[in-house]
Design a protein around this ligand. Structure first.
Ligand code: GAL
Length: 734
């Protein structure tokens, strides 16, 4: 059997600094940094002892991702090179190992080498240098499994088929005879087994009549396991893969999952974090998928603009979050060699990720690049050749683009254009036919909107954050209203660091509905409030409940993002007004917001509430029953420093990276967005605080990630602020 060993500890960075992988070569400040500091070569090295037990075995290093242009050498000899920064690669150590100590050296180059996608032009995101994903040492039989493709050609049938195609590695060119055994499992329960003789480097098995199995769906993401074993005279190798039964189809009449129409409601995700760039490990990657699914209630994410961590995608499978994954790039297409590399990227992406049921569309264009007939004919051909089960898209922002893909995927930033001149009235989305220029309907998906049209900081004025809410609602409403639009994926989930050519001068694109710590802005609830009430009752008034915050004063229009039937505003303890959703402005949303306008208050003789200010309670009702409330104080005072870790128990063995959020709250638990005090973080016990330990609150909150040391035991977190004193939280590494 193979063993796969975490090879992330005890590396020496730049010849002097002991580090653990995943690792970011340069820790950038939060803002106003110099991004060129990581644009240079770096070296990682590790000494390890070859185990005599490896003698008859294949030994390889598996790198999940290194940015970029990685070259690996063993004992002075170069043994592998991989230019792309987003896909995995291997370095074969077999026969080059010496008895005793061995030295592996990995050279990466963070320069924006124009020969390698996504580089060559400007980029509105950063590509932080480092070995920023996991590295594994794999010891296996000389004949072993290289890759496995699992297809479910008739997923909707009662009796289902599974087709397995195994690629077998035989680097020593041994005479190949053996058996491939497939066990389809549901957790510990065996569903069906089959085997086939193997004599070549590819083996295929089809299993029929699998009965009583469930579909994978966004609400019930049922996963099965395919355990693949190869037995040869040289030993046994075994891998296990999650997969699911589902169909996914973009049609001119919208998207269908398992034959059922499903409107896509998504956001784009960059895989970056403050200070560590790309280099947060498994737990942080998984957490992002959970946030997108459970906190933002999305059903799709686009991995803009490159293949993302396997841990992230695995979690998307587990939580039921659809994925549009795309090749690296941004606007720029390079020369013939560059294009060849991009075509290779299609291959690497599809071959790495073809078993994820969550992935329903391959993005095979460089984001927002010009049309290029030959190049994109080829990227489409390669994706289709490798994977006949998924459609392709190619994300553009220009109209009348040549449609070489199965789905016309469009970044539509028309909303907000009216502010930039031109005489077109405010428009949510372009009509499909105007975008495509085609005389016939085609499968159509909006892959970006908003973003730079209204950068919105978590500490921006309420009026601007309200406009951010309105714009997201407006586009979602338009997408829901057009049956020809499969759905809309907004720009974007989280604020992200970027080059000086973009952002707010601070090198941050404040385009997220959440900030870089994944703390929600009001616009997050534009998405969240669209969820079913059975899932969660949402009631979020878009207000700081203060008369002087908006231009000219007052609090209207006051939007309440909610999936309740009605919302009542109680002012100073008195019921003032009770209103239903604004289905006139947002007729197509599953849950239009409740909007209190000036007139509503005039009718109650309170004008714009311009006299003595009072406390407020917003009460949500479903079917006449009170189900939720949100309270606001007339006189918010700094009361509590809340410290919330994502989990209380962290894995020591995996050296989990866990986010801890810190919030400044008033006496009724609302965030104090204009509280810019600093906090001191102290982590003791079996974890360390990653990044600076002295940080300001931004928008009333901040955060940090702690990383388990690897030893089980208690972890104590203390966060101190001059205004609040110290808040402590205890976790445990197990
Ligand atoms: C798009 C681009 C994104 C991001 C966004 C900002 O044009 O595809 O990467 O730059 O604009 O709104």
């Amino acid at each position: 059997m193979r063993s796969t060993i975490d090879f992330g500890s005890d590396w020496l960075f730049e010849g002097r600094e002991p580090v653990t992988l995943p690792h970011s070569a340069v820790e950038l400040p939060f803002a106003y940094f110099d991004e060129t500091t990581y644009q240079r070569p770096f070296t990682y090295e590790k000494r390890f002892i070859a185990d005599p037990a490896w003698a008859e075995r294949e030994v390889a290093l598996h790198f999940e991702g290194a940015m970029s242009d990685a070259r690996v050498s063993l004992n002075g000899e170069e043994i592998a090179a991989h230019r792309d920064g987003y896909t995995p690669f291997e370095a074969r150590l077999t026969s080059r190992l010496v008895d005793g100590e061995n030295l592996v050296v990995v050279r990466i180059d963070g320069s924006e080498n124009p020969e390698i996608p996504p580089f060559g032009g400007l980029l509105d995101f950063l590509t932080y240098a480092g070995i920023y994903r996991d590295v594994w040492l794999r010891i296996s039989a000389p004949v072993h499994l290289a890759n496995v493709k699992i297809e479910t050609p008739d997923a909707l049938a009662d009796k289902k088929t599974v087709r397995i195609c195994a690629e077998i590695a035989n680097p020593q060119n041994l005479a190949l005879t053996g058996t491939l055994i497939v066990r389809i499992k549901d957790g510990d329960t065996l569903v069906q087994t089959a085997n086939v003789d193997v004599s070549a480097c590819e083996a295929e098995i089809e299993m029929h009549g699998l009965a009583g199995l469930k579909l994978w769906d966004v609400d019930a993401p049922k996963l099965y396991q395919a355990e693949i074993t190869i037995e040869t005279p040289y030993g046994t190798d075994c891998t296990e893969h999650n997969f699911g039964f589902r169909t996914a189809e973009f049609t001119p009449e919208g998207f269908r999952l398992n034959g059922r129409p499903l409107k896509i409601r998504g956001l784009n995700r960059h895989q970056s974090f403050p200070y560590f760039g790309y280099a947060l490990g498994r737990a942080a990657q998984e957490r992002d998928a959970e946030i997108l699914k459970h906190e933002l209630k999305l059903n799709m994410v686009r991995t803009s603009h490159y293949p993302q961590s396997k841990w992230f995608l695995d979690r998307c499978d587990q939580v039921g979050l659809l994925v549009l994954e795309e090749i690296p790039g941004w606007h720029h297409i390079g020369d013939a060699a560059w294009k060849a590399e991009a075509i290779e990227d299609v291959r690497r992406m599809v071959r790495r990720d073809w078993n994820h049921p969550s992935i329903v569309l391959w993005g095979v264009r460089v984001n927002e690049s010009p049309d290029d007939h030959e190049f994109y004919t080829e990227t489409n051909r390669v994706a289709h050749e490798l994977d006949t089960t998924r459609q392709t898209g190619g994300i553009r922002s220009h109209t009348d683009s040549e449609m070489l893909e199965d789905v016309y995927t469009m970044n539509d930033f028309i909303l907000g254009m009216e502010e930039m001149g031109g005489n077109r009235p405010r428009t949510a989305l372009r009509p499909i036919s105007e975008t495509t220029g085609l005389g016939h309907p085609v499968p159509y998906l909006v892959t970006e909107f908003n973003g730079h049209m209204l950068p919105s900081k978590s500490y921006d004025q309420e009026q601007r954050l309200t406009e951010q809410v309105i714009r997201h609602l407006t586009v979602l409403n338009a997408a829901y209203g057009d049956p020809g639009i499969s759905g809309a994926i907004g720009w974007c989930a989280f604020d992200y660091q970027t080059h000086c050519d973009f952002g707010s001068g601070d090198r941050i694109c404040h385009h997220g509905v959440m900030d870089m710590y994944r703390e929600p802005k009001f616009a997050a609830y534009a998405y969240k409030s669209q969820c079913d009430r059975d899932d969660e009752v949402v009631l979020k008034p878009v207000t700081l409940w203060s008369r002087g915050e908006r231009n000219g004063g007052g609090i209207v229009p006051l939007i309440v993002l909610t999936n309740c039937d009605e919302v009542e505003l109680r002012y100073g303890g008195r019921p003032l007004i009770r209103l239903g959703p604004d289905s006139q402005t947002y007729p197509h949303l599953p849950h239009p917001p409740v909007v209190f306008e000036r007139d509503h208050f005039v009718a109650n003789e309170l004008g714009i509430l311009g006299m003595r200010w009072e406390d407020a309670i917003f009460v949500g009702y479903i079917a006449g029953k009170q189900v939720a409330e949100a309270r606001f104080a007339r006189n918010p005072v700094a009361t509590t420093l809340e410290v919330v870790p994502d989990r209380d128990v962290v894995s020591a063995a995996r050296r989990d990276c866990v986010r801890v959020v810190v919030r400044a709250l008033d006496q009724v638990g609302n965030k104090l967005p204009y509280m810019f005090e600093s906090v001191m973080i102290s982590v003791t016990g079996e974890a360390e605080c990653l990044g600076p330990t002295h940080v300001p609150l931004r928008g009333g909150a901040t955060g940090f990630w702690l990383r388990a040391t690897g030893t089980p035991g208690p972890i104590n977190v203390a966060v101190t602020c001059a205004v609040f004193g110290t808040t402590t939280v205890d976790l445990r590494a197990a």
